[in-house]
Design a protein around this ligand. Structure first.
Ligand code: NCD
Length: 290
């Protein structure tokens, strides 16, 4: 079993996986490999920590010290790791890389982010956090704010949130809107009307989910810089919001959330990041089976 895209799952499977989070069993003797071809702090370390907490060991692949430098292909690299590990966690700058790895490997493959496409384990963390803080997964008004064009965390999340029947408001700087084909897809599949706009209307919102401008996916770095300067959430942005508003962010934040917000009761992004370990333990446990 692999975990490549939120699209491969239905509500029942997602609910079952979320329920497994706090009921994991040990997997002594099993090995997890982290194969990251793009930078990461939280995802790589929380997967390694999750493996250790499940009684497993982990091995870590470093592209810059590997035979990739001699010209070995991605497919052959994964085929090798397949013999060394029971679970392979892949992050890669190219869309579709994790699916390719899953086709090349017998071991379970987990997509830890493929380009601007998908980041399903981040979505599990987001859903787990929302359920913990709001006591439900549906019927909420959720604003998704930031670079919706390039952020894979948003592409996975928006799909799952619509699946669970939430009211979505998408807010992005001009030019960084969510792909209209994805909006159309989720409206058609889940019968949820998705609001889109440039204005940050937050007064009726239960969850505000922010992501950074994904600078590395811009063709023009000057354009990214210009967007970053325009886009920032401060205390004054939050005037008139609901008292129990929850602010989430996959992190890293690069200036889009003023650190002055960290001490407010709304800020839950560090708590969210810490759920990375138990949620990923649940995912590994589910994929390895009992
Ligand atoms: C995200 C990613 O890599 O897509 N990071 C993460 O896994 N928490 C978000 C981002 O980099 O903006």
């Amino acid at each position: 079993m692999d975990l490549i895209s939120i699209r491969d799952l239905d509500k029942k499977q997602i609910e079952t996986m979320l329920e497994a989070v706090d009921k994991t069993t040990a997997h002594k003797g099993k090995i997890l490999a982290t194969a990251f071809f793009e930078p990461s702090t939280r995802t790589r370390l929380s997967f390694q920590s999750a493996a250790l907490r499940l009684g497993m060991n982990y091995i870590d692949f470093s592209p810059e010290l590997s035979s990739l430098r001699k010209g070995e292909s991605f497919g052959d690299t994964i085929r090798m790791m397949d013999g060394y590990a029971d679970v392979i966690v892949v992050r890669h700058p190219k869309e579709g890389a994790a699916r390719l790895a899953a086709e090349a490997a017998e071991s379970a493959v987990i997509n830890a982010g493929d380009g601007g496409n998908q980041h399903p384990t981040q979505t599990f963390i987001d859903l787990y956090t929302i359920k913990k803080l709001k006591k439900k997964l549906g019927g909420l008004r959720i604003a998704l704010v930031g670079d919706l064009k390039h952020a894979r965390s948003m592409h996975s999340l928006v799909y799952a949130l619509a699946m669970f029947g939430n009211m979505l408001r998408l807010v992005s700087p001009a030019g960084l809107e969510l792909d209209p084909a994805l909006v159309e897809e989720i409206e058609g599949k889940f019968k949820e009307k998705v609001e889109t706009g440039k204005e940050m209307r937050l007064n009726d919102v239960d969850v505000l989910y922010v992501c950074r401008i994904q600078e590395e996916r811009f063709a023009d770095p000057y354009e990214a810089k210009r967007m970053k300067e325009k886009f920032r959430i401060t205390l004054s942005t939050l005037e008139g919001v609901k008292k129990d508003l929850v602010i989430l962010h996959p992190l890293p934040r690069i200036g889009e959330i003023d650190p002055g917000l960290d001490k407010t009761p709304y800020a839950k992004y560090f708590e969210q990041a810490h759920y990375g370990v138990p949620v990923r333990m649940g995912i590994i446990d589910y994929l390895l089976g009992r």
